[in-house]
Design a binder for this molecule. Structure first.
Ligand code: BG6
Length: 306
């Protein structure tokens, strides 16, 4: 939806404003008593989130992020759906599926009694999406910005056949420095190490970073915590409806090749100031959405003092 008059109907003073921005894309900006966030309607892409008591954003957006029709945005919480990673047979199709690069419909906005703001969006199949995934599934995303940030992704399957799909909320979390943080909650989990050629390993203790990490942790519904002594905070990530967790940092060489992470606060590379902890259903843990049923992947994020 990029009609300014239709968009304006969803504005709520003190909560949500809508705007048409770069390249005609539509954006929703939330600013309430708890914090601020921005969302691009293309991809239903939550771009950033900063609670009022945090000096630094909790959801990280690259300063070099570009906003263009059909292009993914570097940072925020990309919606990966209906497959995760490269498509199994079609190398030319978009990595992580098409949901993050197509326009979504803004359905509703609401100011809730606890001071939080909620936004609901949907994605329905089009000729273009059916060409890559010939199913009638409808996708709904609800974002709630309050003391916590909540994102809920629901797949509705009205059809007569079960649907098997991969998905993730591929959230970029803001940190002081990748070399100084650790991710807790994955001890003893089996994971697929994509950097080591998809070898399977078992995590021992917390995840720490001294080089590129690209791992899919399997069979885990556990909450994770990013412990960040530099920013004196921990980011809690609690999920339901997700059986895989992806941990990703590109490190220097890959980030240079990707070219859109920016210089960072200290000029050491913006990639050092983010880590992706993604709540997913992928690889062994793709999800089956029953005929006539639905499935919801839900994640909540909070920043708390150390
Ligand atoms: C991660 C994948 O989820 O996303 C990585 O595990 C990938 O392999 C990364 O490089 C970024 O993907 P993209 O398509 O947003 O650049």
């Amino acid at each position: 939806m990029s009609n300014p008059t239709l968009l304006a109907r969803h504005a709520i003073p003190g909560h949500v404003s809508l705007r048409i921005g770069t390249n005609g894309l539509a954006f929703a900006d939330i600013d309430n008593a708890h914090g601020s966030a921005s969302l691009c309607l293309q991809g239903a892409h939550l771009m950033s989130w900063r609670p009022k008591d945090q000096a630094e954003p909790v959801v990280w957006l690259s300063p070099l992020a570009t906003f263009a029709p059909g292009k993914s945005i570097r940072g925020g919480a990309p919606v990966c759906w209906p497959w995760f990673g490269p498509h199994v047979t079609e190398s030319g199709w978009p990595g992580h599926g098409f949901a993050r690069t197509v326009p979504w419909e803004l359905c509703d906005t609401a100011a809730l009694p606890d001071g939080s703001t909620s936004i609901g969006l949907t994605l329905t199949p089009t000729e273009a999406t059916r060409a890559q995934w010939p199913h009638e599934a409808r996708l709904a995303l609800r974002v709630s910005v309050g003391r916590r940030l909540r994102i809920e992704l629901t797949t509705h399957n009205p059809g007569p056949q079960d649907l098997v799909l991969g998905e993730a909320l591929h959230t970029y979390l803001g940190i002081s420095d990748i070399g100084a943080v650790e991710v807790q909650g994955l001890d003893a989990c089996e994971y697929v190490d994509k950097v080591a050629g998809a070898v399977r390993k078992v995590q021992r203790g917390a995840v720490r970073f001294a080089g590129e990490v690209d791992r899919v942790y399997l069979n885990t519904g556990a909450d994770c915590v990013i412990v960040d002594p530099g920013l004196q905070r921990r980011i809690e990530i609690a999920k339901t409806g997700s059986r895989a967790t992806v941990v990703w940092t590109p490190w220097a060489e890959k980030a240079d090749k990707m070219g859109d992470f920016g210089p960072g606060r200290a000029g050491q590379g913006g990639w050092r100031e983010m880590v992706c902890v993604e709540s997913a259903n992928a690889l062994d843990n793709v999800v089956t959405v029953p005929a006539g049923g639905s499935h919801t992947l839900s994640v909540s994020y909070a920043a708390l003092p150390l």
